[in-house]
Ligand binder design. Sequence first.
Ligand SMILES: C[S@@+](CC[C@H](N)C(=O)[O-])C[C@H]1O[C@@H](n2cnc3c(N)ncnc32)[C@H](O)[C@@H]1O
Length: 350
Amino acid sequence: MLNEENSGRAKNSQLSLDMKAQASGGPAFRIFHGDCVPGMRALEKNSVDVVVTSPPYNIGIAYSTYKDKKSSEEFLDWCEQWAQGVRRVLKPDGAFFLNLGNTSTNPFFAFEVAQRLCGLFVLQNTIHWIKSISIDKDEGTESYGHFKPINSERYLNDCQEYVFHFTLNGNTRLDRLAVGVPYADKSNIRRWSHTGGRDKRCRGNVWFIPYQTICRRAKERPHPATFPTELAVKCIRLHGKKNAVVLDPFLGIGHAALAARQCSDLVSEFIGFDIDEEYLNVACEVLGCAWATSMQNEQALHSLKYRQLKADIQEGIDDLQRGRVSAKSVDDLIAEGKERLKAPKPDGSA
Ligand SMILES: C[S@@+](CC[C@H](N)C(=O)[O-])C[C@H]1O[C@@H](n2cnc3c(N)ncnc32)[C@H](O)[C@@H]1O
């Protein structure tokens, strides 16, 4: 149920919020409270351009609702289950950016998950997300980012995670220069024809993105396992398609949604799920929108589709009366409309 009392922000229907967002030029936000597995089944097949997400890592993190400790097999089976949902909604030229990290005691975790998903996707790129680094220079060592203190005689501080760039065929085009960097040696601009005269080269697959420093975690970042907005911004820009629909099935407090808003020149719609009401309240507070349950959203969308279809058919009838189109084309429009209105079945089939 849409919890109006608790969220305090859910006074408008999702539909009117969608419309408001569209009118103001930013992406339309569809934020769902609920399990992303059935949630994604309610979305249209091949309707999402970019998925940017980070699932729980099965390491016993104290989420408010989710229990982060399953057996390894159970966890990997679950990953395959939600990844099937991602595959179903992804457009053929879409991209699935999956952030995963290892732990000192489970150094193969990220690869085990990635390996499990290789039956569903092609791994097109592997990005190394560097969270902190120390660089030795002539004048001394400079450190960047936050070094989480660990007290160990065995393990080094783990300063990096992965972003696996999965696609359906391994040949999805990227806009590499959208996240490119200037040449250090400017003579390269004229030397290489592929620069087209621009002072930009590919950034490569090692991205240094530190967390923003915070003073009070509980207030400023009230979630135990987030990624920085900038990480998701880079993924969306790298995919580069305009009018994109972006999805995060594990929204948390909404960094992927904030990234979508920062990329409003590219993103038309953002869809997010989380099972945790508390986290969604934080996300929606920042985004200025409301969350709702899948069912209510789908009903709202269905009625939007119905009204659009009615308008299309009316237009077809007007054209028929003016002799601009044949009766058959209006029949076809109605038949196609019936398909468009079919509600997805719970198993995700059309
Ligand atoms: C690693 S966190 C994501 C954090 C997010 N990237 C951010 O920056 O805020 C994983 C999230 O998945 C949510 N979650 C766990 N199981 C879920 C499910 N079946 N459907 C939707 N969300 C789920 C948890 O509540 C948690 O907030």
